[in-house]
Design a protein around this ligand. Structure first.
Ligand code: MGD
Ligand code: MGD
Ligand code: MO
Length: 750
């Protein structure tokens, strides 16, 4: 990759947002789009019956701000998607694949929207244009040439609409496989697994209203100022109503310290609001130890004050309490606390708060899910809520904060490598075929299968599989081993540059694009992080006439692949209401879909963990016994988390700054504890190599600049995706198989 300019390292910020956020977002959008288009999109962004922001999945409040219901990073997402520059056939004629491989991710994204279907045939140096008809024919032929449908894998990234996702999974199952790896395999899969087992549904239980009514809000392993900025306005309101916020994070993230809401006077000219009342700066992957210590102390307190636990709830609504309590009390408290790196006094303050309140909400992000014991992390959080009876009550419950704007919806639509029996039965009833039952490949399994040539065709519905996946070099080889790789994309990315024998880029419309069929403007639907389904309708003219909507792309691939399909694919894409009618018949909770989605704020899906109807096999909420983090680094090893800068959306790099962490003009940095920096005879700005050796395989990335930082000793942080070559393919969470991208052992050399 091309050398970046020298990185500048400044002080960490102690507050997030403010007027600067407004300034930066307007600069981003006006430099990429016309004023007319910018204002057109912004006036509708997240408004009722408007455009759902293609950024994160944070829900919209029932009252929408007239000043604009969006955040700095939402505007960056729009500017990135709707930029007017184009990566057209002339661009691809000018740049060879090899030339493009040498460019940074940032540069690739700045080349503009994809405009035409493009093909790279074996031994070609450049992508060249191809007709849709020809492209679909190649896909159909390659799929039909396989010995077995399980030799193909169909990836989805969480921006795909409900309508496209439903058609995609239907096509894939009619073709004959459940190989539907999904970005959630790398994301909140640990939450889904843990919540399904403990409370019967793999989604969170709270609504925005609950957050406004909570007494205590715990925020584990999440950086809302960057990744869910509108959550800060929600926390501001919750705090005004009296909530106390506890942040549990190895890094002192600016937005968890203080928030200056650009929409009100204290945020613009005042000092903003402090968010975290308590900040537990935990060592990486010691959340289970902390939770066990907290619960140990709660049990001890309850000996004199039994009312601090919800005995009624425990007796009537849960199972497994006795074993759970015994396990917690079997620990040596001091050694638990020592593991966390947090003082007893700090823990006691939090225990007191938890003892004296019942309306407790736990929020979490990737800091809990992406560890070998990621599922344990979340189950332990659930244990705490259950012993307090803090679920299925106003102001209390679980809040996994989802990533992509429709990642939750895609799963609801049946994008699942392990589909439920109920879904398969409904599909068979409604579509007259027997869908495959055996489990398909998750992301990591799909990569391994491609590597070993057991999967030979890869199709990606959105996303950037190569850069998002662990073990970049291994995954590169895996994709290159395929006969065909085809990516349905809005923008150029690195996955397009690691082609199989034949590679296709299929240009897709995004959220902001207007899609009309037979003179009628179509809308799509999405489900937010709190299970509300609502519509979204684009307003901009797509970048070229060749760009297609996702449902149409899927339908045409299906037509070119399936012989004697009983589904009338053209009828479905003629009017998206026809797709929604099928969703209505197939997916639980979508009865009267086309009617209910007309409500400007959409509708809520059923959720047993919200109402206290736990849909686990024993109909109870289940306590569990969970594993402590167990990484055991050698004396010269560090535990590395890979995280997001403020200027990126996953693998899409909006810019080269991370101003809340004081980083400007570059991304190749390693945040280190100041004592560790000194111990290694390093200083600020020194260039180092990070490397490791899991299972006798050497993995190494060069060129990180050292940043002395406020991070616990023994822990380091780098940015994803640059550090993904260091994430071993087989270092994955128990049960969920999520790559352990927040706890990787590394060594550091100059
Ligand atoms: N602007 C923007 N918005 C986004 C995204 C984006 O890239 N950019 N990505 C979207 C997606 S797909 C997702 S999943 C979400 C991700 O949103 P987050 O979950 O906020 O993701 P990360 O940036 O990976 O940050 C994880 C946080 O966990 C902390 N952490 C790391 N290890 C540990 C640990 O062991 N314990 C604890 N307690 N904390 C730990 C880190 O310090 C960091 O604050 O955001 C979504 N929204
Ligand atoms: N080391 C490490 N690795 C990680 C993570 C981490 O924290 N650390 N986080 C993981 C997480 S949480 C996630 S969710 C994954 C993300 O994995 P992905 O979802 O695969 O990655 P994105 O970067 O979100 O995908 C960006 C690409 O999507 C395409 N795109 C954007 N919008 C649209 C659209 O509307 N339609 C279509 N068809 N295409 C579109 C564009 O071409 C763009 O280049 O990465 C995971 N990988
Ligand atoms: Mo994610």
């Amino acid at each position: 990759m091309k050398q970046q300019k020298e990185v500048t390292i400044k002080e960490q910020a102690k507050s997030a947002a403010g007027v600067k956020a407004v300034f930066i977002s307007l600069q981003q959008i006006f430099s990429r789009m016309s004023v007319k288009n910018s204002l057109n999109v912004l006036s509708k962004l997240n408004q009722k019956e408007g455009i759902d922001c293609p950024g994160c999945a944070w829900p919209d409040p029932s009252h929408r701000s007239k000043l604009g219901e969006f955040c700095e990073n939402g505007v960056k997402a729009i500017a990135e998607e709707a930029m007017e520059k184009k990566a057209d056939p002339a661009f691809f004629a000018k740049h060879s694949v090899q030339d493009l491989q040498n460019q940074s991710d940032y540069w690739l994204g700045q080349q503009g929207r994809l405009t035409h279907p493009m093909i790279l045939r074996e031994n070609d140096t450049h992508y060249s244009p191809i007709s849709w008809k020809e492209a679909n024919k190649i896909i159909g032929q390659e799929l039909n040439n396989l010995n077995n449908p399980n030799e193909a894998a169909f990836y989805t990234s969480g921006r795909t609409s409900n309508e496209a996702a439903f058609l995609y999974q239907l096509f894939v199952r009619m073709y004959g496989t459940n190989n539907l790896p999904d970005c959630s395999n790398m994301c909140h899969e640990s939450s889904g697994v843990a919540l399904s087992k403990t409370v019967g549904i793999g989604k969170g239980s709270v609504t925005l209203d609950d957050l406004y009514k909570a007494e205590v809000i715990l925020i584990f392993g999440q950086n809302p100022a960057t990744n869910h900025p509108r959550m800060l306005a929600c926390l501001e309101k919750a705090k005004k109503n009296g909530a106390k916020v506890i942040a549990i994070n190895p890094l002192k993230e600016a937005g968890l310290i203080n928030f200056k809401n650009p929409q009100n006077a204290t945020g613009v000219i005042g000092s903003g609001v402090d968010i975290a009342d308590y900040y537990l700066q935990i060592k990486i992957n010691e959340d289970v130890a902390l939770l066990k210590a907290i619960m140990f102390k709660l049990f001890k307190l309850s000996e004199n004050k039994p009312e601090i636990l919800d005995q009624d709830f425990i007796n009537n609504k849960t199972a497994g309490f006795k074993e759970f309590k015994e396990e917690i009390l079997s620990y040596n408290l001091e050694s638990l606390i020592n593991k966390t790196g947090i003082t007893t006094q700090e823990i006691d303050a939090v225990v007191e708060l938890l003892a004296n309140n019942q309306k407790i909400i736990a929020c979490w992000g990737m800091g809990l899910t992406q560890h070998v014991n990621g599922v344990d992390n979340i189950q332990e959080v659930v244990n705490l809520l259950l012993m307090k009876g803090s679920i299925a009550k106003e102001g209390a419950g679980t809040c996994p904060v989802r990533g992509h704007s429709n990642v939750q919806g895609d799963r609801t639509m049946g994008i699942a490598e392990k589909p439920s029996k109920a879904l398969l039965d409904k599909i068979s009833e409604n579509f007259g075929f027997t869908p495959p039952k055996e489990h398909g490949y998750s992301v990591v399994e799909a990569i391994t299968a491609m590597y070993h040539k057991n999967v030979k065709v890869f199709i990606g519905m959105g996303g950037n599989f190569l850069s998002a996946a662990p073990d970049t070099n291994y995954t590169t080889q895996a994709l290159q081993n395929c006969n065909l790789t085809a990516h349905i994309s809005t923008k150029l990315n690195r996955s397009h540059l690691t082609p199989g024998k034949t590679a296709l880029i299929l240009p897709s419309m995004g959220r902001t694009d207007k899609f009309e069929k037979n003179g009628k403007a179509q809308f799509i639907t999405v489900e937010n992080s709190m299970g509300v389904v609502h519509s979204s309708k684009g307003v901009l003219t797509p970048p070229s006439k060749e760009v297609e909507s996702e449902p149409v792309i899927v339908a045409n691939i299906a037509k070119a692949t399936l012989k004697n399909s009983k589904v009338d694919w053209d009828f479905l894409t003629d009017d998206y209401n026809n797709i929604r009618d099928l969703i209505d018949k197939t997916i639980e909770g979508f009865e009267n879909f086309n009617e209910r989605v007309k409500q400007p704020i959409g509708f809520e899906l059923p959720n047993g963990s919200r109402t206290g109807n736990f849909t686990t096999p024993n109909k109870k909420a289940n306590f569990t016994v969970n594993q402590l983090g167990n990484i055991a680094p050698a004396s010269d090893e560090y535990i590395m988390m890979t995280t997001r800068s403020h200027d990126q959306f996953n693998t899409t790099i909006y810019g080269l700054d991370d101003r809340y962490r004081g980083i400007y003009n570059g991304r190749m940095v390693v945040f280190m504890n100041r004592e560790d920096v000194a111990k290694n005879n390093l200083k600020k700005g020194d260039k180092v190599t990070l490397y490791n050796n899991y299972n006798n395989m050497n993995r190494q990335v060069d060129g990180f600049s050292v940043v002395p930082y406020d991070i616990p000793k023994g822990c380091v942080a780098t940015y994803y995706p640059e550090s993904n070559p260091l994430v071993p393919i087989d270092l994955i969470a128990h049960s969920s198989h999520t790559p352990s991208s927040k706890s990787i052992k590394v060594k550091i050399k100059k």
